[in-house]
Design a binder for this molecule. Structure first.
Ligand code: GSH
Length: 137
């Protein structure tokens, strides 16, 4: 049974990645200055993720649609990021957005839906208030 699910996953992952690649949202048109200003704002963010995780793909698509250059940290293949996620975030689950605030605090926002809402609220034209249920550490 374990191998059955592993096989399904191995077949589905490239399909999902291909569909994502073909239907990628376009990057919003903005001036270099505008993009630079947004990049400065998002420099306090980092996304802990796995490359082929569907929830991470949803989150990366939202980032792209909003034109956000957020640092991506591979928590699947880089033990340093995995350890940081588990020890500081609280659990090994991706995607997770690390938000460092101006007063030096760090918030770990789990759940793709909540991350998407947070980014839309901060950087999009529309969107609802996010459910900030991040663990504060
Ligand atoms: N409800 C979560 C689901 C996230 C989820 O299930 N992520 C999987 C990867 S696709 C995970 O973190 N698994 C932990 C592991 O493989 O150790 C979301 O929408 O973000």
């Amino acid at each position: 049974m374990k191998y059955f699910f592993k096989a399904i996953r191995l077949i589905l992952q490239p399909v999902i990645l291909f569909i994502d690649w073909v239907t990628r949202p376009s990057w919003p048109k903005r001036s270099k200055e505008e993009q630079k200003s947004i990049d400065e704002k998002t420099s306090n963010l980092a996304l802990y993720q796995f490359y082929a995780c569907p929830f991470c793909i949803i989150t990366r698509r939202a980032m792209r649609r909003l034109g956000l250059n957020i640092e991506i940290r591979d928590a699947q293949n880089d033990p340093k990021w995995e350890q940081e996620l588990v020890e500081q975030g609280g659990k090994r689950q991706v995607p997770c957005l690390r938000i460092s605030t101006e007063d030096g605090k760090v918030e770990w926002l789990y759940e793709s839906k909540d991350i998407k809402h947070y980014l839309e609220q901060q950087y999009g034209d529309t969107g609802n208030a996010p459910q900030m249920n991040a663990d504060k550490r």
